[in-house]
Design a binder for this molecule. Structure first.
Ligand code: UP5
Ligand code: MG
Length: 198
C-alpha cells in the first residue's frame, strides 16, 4: 500500500490507561481500523507453527518490548491486508500500544508510514494498577498480575515515555487525561481529535 493513501494515528498510554477501550469507541464513530500491537503479538504467540511464539510469551510476561522486527512486520501485514480487503476505503488506522520504544518509532515511520499524530492517554499509575488488577480477575492475560504489572510500569517509564516525549518535541502529541469515567474520557478524546483533524 502507499503511505500517501493511508492515515495513521499512534495511540499511546501506560498499561491500563484505556487505549483499547477508547479505540473501540473511535472505531464505532469514525470508522478507523484498530490494530493493537499487543493483540497482534498475542495472536502470533498462539498461532500454530509460529517461530516467535515462545519468545513473545516470555517478553509479554516480563513486560519487555518484543524485538521490533517482529512487531513492525505484524503491523505492516495487518495494514496491507486491510487495504487489500477494502481498496476503495481511505485506510484510517489506529495503531494502539505502538511504538513503545524509540527504535520502533523510527523504523515504522521510515519504512511503513509516518503517523499524523499521537493520541496519548495520561493516567496515574495507581489508577492503572487498580484497573489491571481488577481486569486480571477474569482476563486470563498472563501479564495482568501484580508482578508483571510492576515490570510493565517500569518499561513504560524508562522505555516508552521517551517516545512520547520525542513526539511531543515535534508538536505531534494530543494528550487526553484518562482518569475519569470511560464516557468522560471519550468526550474529551472526541473534542481534541476533531480539533486536530480539522
Ligand atoms: N478501563 C478502561 N478505561 C477506564 C476508565 N476510564 N475508567 C475505569 N476503567 C477503565 O483498559 C484496561 C482496563 O481498564 C479494562 O478492564 C477496562 O475496562 C478498564 P484497556 O482499554 O484495555 O487499557 P489499555 O491501555 O489498552 O491496557 P493494556 O493492558 O492493553 O495495555 P498494555 O499497553 O500494557 O498492553 P498491550 O497489549 O498494548 O501490550 C502488552 C505487552 O505486549 C507489552 O507489555 C509488551 O510486552 C508487548 N508489546 C511489545 O513487545 N511491543 C509492542 O509494540 C506492543 C506490545
Ligand atoms: Mg490494550
Amino acid at each position: 500500500f502507499s503511505p500517501s493513501k493511508v492515515t495513521v494515528l499512534f495511540v499511546l498510554g501506560g498499561p491500563g490507561a484505556g487505549k483499547g477501550t477508547q479505540c473501540a469507541n473511535l472505531v464505532r464513530d469514525y470508522h478507523f481500523t484498530h490494530l493493537s500491537a499487543g493483540d497482534l503479538l498475542r495472536a502470533e504467540q498462539d498461532r500454530e507453527g509460529s517461530e516467535f511464539g515462545n519468545l513473545i510469551k516470555e517478553y509479554i510476561r516480563d513486560g519487555k518490548i518484543v524485538p521490533m522486527e517482529v512487531t513492525v512486520q505484524l503491523l505492516e501485514n495487518a495494514m496491507a491486508e486491510q487495504v487489500q480487503k477494502d481498496p476503495a476505503a481511505k485506510g484510517k488506522f489506529l495503531i494502539d500500544g505502538f511504538p513503545r520504544k524509540m527504535d520502533q518509532a523510527i523504523k515504522f515511520e521510515e519504512t511503513v508510514c509516518p503517523s499524523k499524530f499521537v493520541l496519548f492517554f495520561d493516567c496515574p499509575e495507581e489508577e492503572m494498577q487498580r484497573r489491571l488488577l481488577e481486569r486480571g480477575k477474569t482476563s486470563g492475560r498472563s501479564d495482568d498480575n501484580a508482578e508483571s504489572i510492576k515490570k510493565r510500569f517500569k518499561t513504560f517509564l524508562e522505555t516508552s515515555m521517551p517516545v512520547v516525549d520525542y513526539f511531543e518535541g515535534q508538536g505531534r502529541v494530543v494528550k487526553v487525561v484518562a482518569t475519569k469515567t470511560p464516557d468522560e474520557v471519550y468526550n474529551e478524546t472526541r473534542g481534541r481529535l476533531e480539533q486536530r483533524l480539522g
